[in-house]
Design a protein around this ligand. Structure first.
Ligand code: 13P
Length: 244
């Protein structure tokens, strides 16, 4: 169950949020919660979750070079040093607001693998693509492109999130049937990329998830978890989603 805070919650509000959340969220054995705070709030979240093995820290983006003159960017090594275990790659806002290409997501996934962290590759079609009947081909293309330069897919952990762009922040969720159908396409494609390991690769759904729709989504075949934006910004709604 992954909380993507996007550009919300600086260090002070991150600390306050984590205190409110952890007070009411005792250790769980049957699920993992992930937080993707803005990079400046990594330290606040890392220190709050210090002794919690059921909660993982992630970063929202990285650059593929190890170090150097890349003003404004973060490397995988820095993210790892700050306590991150997972890296979001190819989030729709990276693709559609910042113009990130399939080729760049490939370089990022490969850098994450090299650096020993877990990529959470985000894929999803825009509304025009869905209306044109191209949703599946877009998702399959993004999936194969994102993992194209990873060399150890059969042995390394990866995660995937299906986030239809038209459902993000719009209040419009994919039906559980539509989401589930795309997740099974993703599972099938992952088998061709990762072999047997694909059976246990977490495939998360994201896009206007809230405490009301989370249980139904979670009950749907091939939906292993949720990647949540807006509803992860309020401790009580995030608690409800994380428990669903
Ligand atoms: P919302 O939950 O706000 O629709 O955002 C989804 C998302 O982009 C999570 O990464």
């Amino acid at each position: 169950m992954a909380a993507n805070w996007k550009m919300n919650n600086g260090p002070t509000s991150a600390r306050e949020f984590m205190q409110a959340f952890l007070d009411q969220y005792p250790r769980q054995n049957d699920r993992t919660v992930l937080f993707f705070p803005p990079a400046l709030s990594l330290a606040a979240v890392a220190s709050a979750i210090a002794d919690r093995r059921d909660i993982l820290l992630g970063v929202q983006n990285v650059y593929w070079a190890d170090q150097g003159a890349f003003t404004g960017e973060l490397s995988v090594g820095m993210a790892r040093d700050a306590g991150a275990r997972v890296v979001l790659v190819g989030h729709s806002e990276r693709r559609h607001v910042f113009g990130e290409t399939d080729q760049q997501t490939a370089l990022k996934c490969a850098a994450v693998e090299r650096g020993g962290l877990i990529p959470l590759l985000c894929v999803g079609e825009v509304l025009d693509e869905r209306d044109a009947g191209d949703a599946e081909s877009v998702v399959v293309r993004q999936l194969h492109a994102g993992f194209a330069q990873m060399t150890q897919l059969a042995t390394r952990d990866v995660m995937v999130a299906y986030e239809p762009v038209w459902a993000i922040g719009t209040g419009r969720t994919a039906t559980p049937e539509d989401a589930s159908a795309m997740h099974s396409v993703i599972r099938r494609e992952l088998k061709s990329l990762c072999g047997d390991r694909a059976r246990v690769t977490p495939i998360l759904y994201g896009g206007s998830v809230n405490p009301g729709n989370a249980p139904t989504l979670m009950a749907s075949p091939d939906i292993d978890g949720l990647l949540v934006g807006g509803a992860s910004l309020d401790a009580s709604s995030w608690l409800a989603v994380a428990r669903s």
